[in-house]
Ligand binder design. Structure first.
Ligand code: BTN
Length: 244
């Protein structure tokens, strides 16, 4: 296991990892209690009050395809949570983790490109000991935490270590054997599959049924008989996060 580095407070674990990438070992884990400028996907912020997991995993000098790191991170978190709590966990494409129809974890992967090699920082925010009251104050009706769902508090460090180990295994499996076997595991957890989804395709809002993902990690949607491959963005799932 590589280094695990803890800070009481940071602006963002992803920003710290990117700024200190030269000093950090491959597979390092950075975690903190509080982020003052936590970043979410698509320019949103990620504020997490209470005892939650705010961590980044560092993968240095990657030479292969890095576009699947967000999906691998989602699988690593989903598998870890399933083992920790013995409760069904699902993935909303590309990388939200869902427990009991609500979001429990968000993931933001960033890369630093330097010549032929790329460093990847996988930022993971898991709501662990956040209370229902805190979600209400923060007006987050579609979020949940381990504490809310299971009615007890959790130690964060064992979960952080397990996510790191799980991700290291998945990255090496992916690099040795490709994504095919992992794609099946991912699709088994995919909440979008077989459901009505709303996606943005070529700047247009489209509605269709999600069929699964491609080997490149794109979401496959059947929109009125036309098969669309969604490369990036969101796929709102009917019945989830208020989408009716
Ligand atoms: C999302 O919008 O769903 C992604 C949220 C990612 C949040 C995590 S918390 C740890 C890491 N550091 C950040 O600044 N963001 C990610």
């Amino acid at each position: 296991m590589a280094q695990i580095i803890y800070f009481k407070q940071l602006t963002s674990t992803n920003d710290y990892a990117k700024e200190h990438i030269d000093e950090l070992e491959h597979q390092s884990i950075i975690y903190t209690d509080l982020q003052t400028k936590g970043k979410g996907r698509m320019g949103k912020n990620w504020s997490a009050k209470g005892e939650n997991i705010l961590m980044s995993l560092v993968y240095k000098n990657q030479i292969g395809d890095i576009s699947l790191f967000p999906l691998l991170s989602a699988l690593a978190v989903a598998k870890t949570l399933q083992q920790q709590i013995d409760f069904p966990v699902q993935i909303k494409w590309p990388n939200d983790i869902i427990l009991n129809q609500k979001k429990i974890c968000g993931i933001l992967c960033e890369s630093i490109i330097g010549g032929a090699q790329t460093h990847v920082v996988c930022g993971i925010g898991i709501n662990v000991n956040m209370t229902q009251e805190q979600f209400e104050i923060d007006r987050l009706p579609y979020a949940t935490s381990l504490q809310v769902e299971l009615n007890r508090t959790f130690d964060r460090l064992p979960i952080i270590k397990q996510v790191g180990q799980q991700m290291n295994q998945l990255v090496s499996q992916f690099q040795q054997n490709g994504f095919l076997a992992l794609k099946q595991e991912y699709e088994e957890l995919l909440i979008n599959r077989g459901k009505q989804v709303q996606v943005i395709y070529q700047n247009q809002v489209k509605t269709g049924i999600a069929l699964g993902i491609t080997e490149a990690g794109n979401l496959i949607c059947d929109c009125d008989g036309e098969r669309l491959f969604i490369h990036s963005g969101e796929a709102s799932v009917r019945g989830l996060y208020g989408y009716v």
